[in-house]
Design a protein around this ligand. Structure first.
Ligand SMILES: Nc1ncnc2c1ncn2[C@@H]1O[C@H](COP(=O)(O)OP(=O)(O)OP(=O)(O)O)[C@@H](O)[C@H]1O
Length: 813
């Protein structure tokens, strides 16, 4: 990896060829003098890198332009470098793809152009969203020239020798391709199965990859330094610092990851490094998650953008294999976002979704639409649709989309055979398929957004806290996953809850940490790298890492992971069912609106399903991290045996968690041990309670901490809002809205009863006494409903005020 390409004659020829094709003429055939069109293309090409002066003399003097690519013409080292960059971005196969190219500061920006696979025609100018959050002005690259990037089909995927773009000439080539795939598959498939199972074992459970983007236009114009150097799978951040006597010095921070991709690496290479190895094992019951983490503008969207489409392309290739086709394997797609702790369906007019847990602790996203997709073109259309919803659903600003997590899921399902007679009887009702495997692509909110917790605007604060919480929760779940921990703290956030089934069983996680190279982003870059480092290094299979300048955290949790002999995955593979209620909404691309969308949380072995016994809701484990674990009972869902596991408190782990929280969270968000135990205490109180009111009270108690002083007086010391508080507010908000709905329904019912009473009393011979008694009863019910709703509303208002005061209070600390 590394994206480094050699400057070679082959490259030169390719550039030459490419230019010829792009111009609609073949310079190759045009001979030394070239055709006019070819010259024009070449001239434009060179102009894009500020090298136009090299083109015209060549064209007029008849010098073979290939010589130019071998270094002729380019006199200075800088010019040669620019030529090299041009060549590096070439599409050698004449296939398409694109990778924005950042020439040197001297290059002139030209009009944006693109072609091929990522061209606007193909990708439809991906709007905001998973595939293209609006780029901020601030992060615009100097050059907006988009130059084709080779996009070779995966060597692991059948039909590898086919040109990738064949797939996208959808209508014309599909049949031909299927036929051809079918031909090769018979011989390939048996080998594939072996290969797949070998690969399954070889694909790391967690892979942490870092991608550095090039300096952008503004950074270059501000003459900002590129402070990140990459070598192999390591990188160094050269942090500019000042001594107390104001002497400048540079502090070096070194990190190692599974892979480090520099600014020259193409999106295709990113795909190959990250997602491609996972694709075959999706058919082997693997649930995979690929997410991009990093500060706003660091390239998350740019990186995530092509991945689902590429993955879908490879998945579809597999599906076309007779073996899979005969088993009625199908690909399904859903796309939703988590914004401010709430779920919205991006493929259904941003309809608000509810997440529920069914009796078997399966996470269900009620109402989420899922679409069957049979080819990549359809996938592309849905992605575009989702992106459009994401941008117009909010204000359309990057500001907004970088505050939400976008989740696109590709699910492989195995469908039961529909018998002819049954088909006739059942009409349109298809039987739900069983989930075989899935891959989730997550474009996370900007990591620094988690620090927006001191903003004056309440909404922003809550969102910031939610983001912070979800990023912490995600990290903890990944760590728990890699440690084969029995208890995965997925309830730490909405994000991890919806990804619950990706944290159990046969799962794979790829984290792509995106970093900005400029000096001004140094702090965020270091934060991102430390986050990534901890995800990796604190896991059992973690790379040895070093961050020499910054105190590294001691490896921990090994003790917890030693419990891994009771692997969370043990046994889960045998039981694999999806419980869904489905109905066909559309017959075009098949659409299923799930009344209950089951994310196929596998039945667990008796040791696995852990649940804190409060109202089926486990409190935010993340608020206190994975430490201080209590002894708790693990219940299975089948009334089977109950086993117990003991998690010992570990001071080392506690300290570790504190430090992690301190570093990853915004500075004022530090959670002390006291706060943690306070929270645990409150949690216990809450357990004991159960009623709405007691829950609220305990939450209020959580927010206000009375510390005994020496003289026995109690000092009022408001506790900063915690993740738990934020969670509580969001939950209460949901509850209030639900209560309001219920109140309206009840009122309507009561109104019906009143009308019935009126109708009866109007009848001759009716008994007025009956009428009075019943009306009195009905009106009391009506009043009680209103009073209860008012009380809930007042409590909620109080909570909001309280939260606001606490947030303000926190600022000056
Ligand atoms: N590796 C790269 N090569 C070229 N351009 C890049 C690269 N990474 C990012 N960019 C450019 O940088 C800008 C910001 O990238 P992007 O929108 O992906 O950031 P982001 O991390 O998703 O931001 P946000 O969190 O605000 O959504 C875009 O214009 C994008 O085209």
């Amino acid at each position: 990896m590394g994206g480094q390409m050699q400057q070679s004659n082959a490259a030169a020829t390719a550039l030459y060829d490419h230019a010829g094709r792009g111009g609609g003429s073949s310079l190759h055939n045009a001979g030394p003098t070239g055709g006019d069109a070819g010259d024009a293309v070449m001239a434009r090409w060179l102009q894009s890198a500020g090298l136009q002066h090299l083109a015209s003399p060549l064209a007029s003097t008849g010098i073979d332009q290939r010589l130019l690519m071998q270094g002729y013409g380019a006199e200075s080292a800088e010019e040669k470098q620019r030529l090299f960059k041009l060549m590096r971005n070439l599409n050698f196969n004449g296939e398409s793809g694109s990778e924005p190219y950042t020439p040197t500061a001297q290059s002139s920006g030209g009009p944006a152009t693109s072609d091929g696979f990522y061209s606007p025609e193909f990708r439809g100018d991906f709007g905001a969203g998973l595939l293209d959050l609006h780029a901020m002005d601030d992060t615009e690259l100097l050059s907006e020239h988009v130059i084709s990037e080779p996009f070779e089909p995966s060597p692991f995927v059948p039909g590898v020798n086919k040109a990738f773009d064949n797939d996208f000439d959808v209508t014309s080539s599909r049949q031909q391709k299927e036929q051809s795939d079918a031909d090769v598959s018979a011989s390939l498939f048996s080998a594939n199965e072996k290969e797949i199972s070998m690969r399954e074992n070889n694909v790391a459970k967690i892979k942490v990859v870092v991608r550095k983007r090039p300096l952008n236009k503004k950074e270059i114009s501000r003459k900002e330094d590129d402070i990140v150097t990459v070598s192999e799978n390591a990188l160094t951040v050269h942090e500019p610092k000042l001594k107390v006597d104001l002497t400048a010095y540079v502090e070096k921070h070194e990190f190692c990851f599974d892979a480090v991709l520099d600014e020259h690496v193409t999106n295709d290479e990113v795909y190959r490094e990250t997602v491609e190895p996972i694709i075959p094992i999706i058919f082997q019951r693997t649930k995979a998650t690929c997410f991009a983490y990093g500060q706003t503008g660091s390239g998350k969207t740019f990186t995530m953008q092509p991945l689902p489409l590429r993955a879908a392309q490879d998945l579809v290739r597999y599906l076309h294999q007779p073996a899979y086709r005969n088993q009625r394997f199908k690909l399904w797609l859903s796309y939703f976002e988590i914004y401010g702790g709430k779920l919205f369906d991006l493929l259904s007019d941003r309809k608000k979704l509810c997440m529920r847990e069914d009796g078997r602790q399966q996470v269900c996203i009620v109402g989420l639409q899922e679409f069957e997709v049979s080819d990549v073109q359809i996938v592309k259309e849905y992605i575009e649709r989702g992106n459009a919803a994401r941008s117009t659903g909010s204000t359309g600003a990057n500001e907004e989309s970088s505050r939400s997590h976008a989740i696109l899921q590709l699910v492989i399902k195995k469908h039961p055979e529909i018998k002819e007679s049954k088909r006739n009887n059942d009409g349109n009702e298809p039987k739900p398929g069983k989930v075989v495997g899935k891959i989730s692509f997550i474009d996370l909110a900007g990591s620094e957004r988690g620090a927006d917790t001191t903003d004056n605007d309440r909404q922003t604060r809550i969102e910031g806290a939610e983001i912070n919480k979800s990023l912490l929760a995600l990290k903890e779940c990944i760590r728990a996953l890699d440690n084969d921990q029995i208890h995965i703290p997925f309830r730490g956030s909405k994000l991890t809850e919806v990804l619950r089934d990706s944290f159990v069983g046969n799962s794979r996680t790829v984290m792509i940490s995106c970093i900005s190279p400029n000096a001004g982003s140094c702090e965020h870059t270091l934060n991102t790298l430390r986050y990534a480092d901890r995800v990796k290094s604190l896991s059992k299979s973690g790379n040895p890492k070093k961050d020499q300048a910054v105190n590294s955290l001691p490896p921990s949790n090994k003790d917890a992971s030693s419990a891994s002999s009771l692997s969370a995955t043990a046994g889960v593979e045998d039981v694999y069912e999806t419980q869904q209620e489905v109905k066909v909404v559309d017959t075009g691309p098949r659409v299923v609106e799930k009344d209950v969308y089951t994310v196929d949380f596998e039945k667990q072995p008796s040791t696995f399903l852990s649940s804190y016994p409060f109202n089926g809701r486990e409190e935010s484990e993340m608020a206190s991290g994975p430490v201080d674990r209590e002894r708790f009972e693990v219940n299975n869902n089948y009334g089977g045996s109950t086993s117990q596991r003991v998690y010992s408190s570990n001071s080392q782990n506690s300290a570790d968690t504190e430090e992690r929280l301190q570093k990853v969270s915004p500075p004022r968000k530090k959670v002390t041990r006291e706060e943690k135990s306070e929270k645990m205490g409150n949690r216990a109180k809450k357990d004991g309670g159960g009623s709405d009111l007691s829950t609220t009270n305990s939450r209020q108690a959580n927010a206000v901490n009375y510390n005994s002083t020496n003289n026995g007086h109690r000092k009022y010391d408001p506790e900063p809002p915690t993740d738990e508080n934020i969670n509580a507010i969001l939950e209460e908000e949901e509850a209030l809205i639900a209560a309001h709905r219920k109140e309206i329904e009840d009122t309507m019912e009561i109104v019906r009863e009143e009308m019935k009473l009126l109708a009866e009393v109007d009848q001759p011979g009716s008994l007025i006494d009956n009428y009075v008694t019943q009306l009195s009863f009905v009106l009391s019910r009506k009043a009680a409903g209103l009073v209860s709703l008012q009380a809930r509303l007042a409590r909620f208002q109080h909570r909001l005020k309280e939260q606001e005061i606490l947030s303000r209070k926190r600022v000056p600390r």
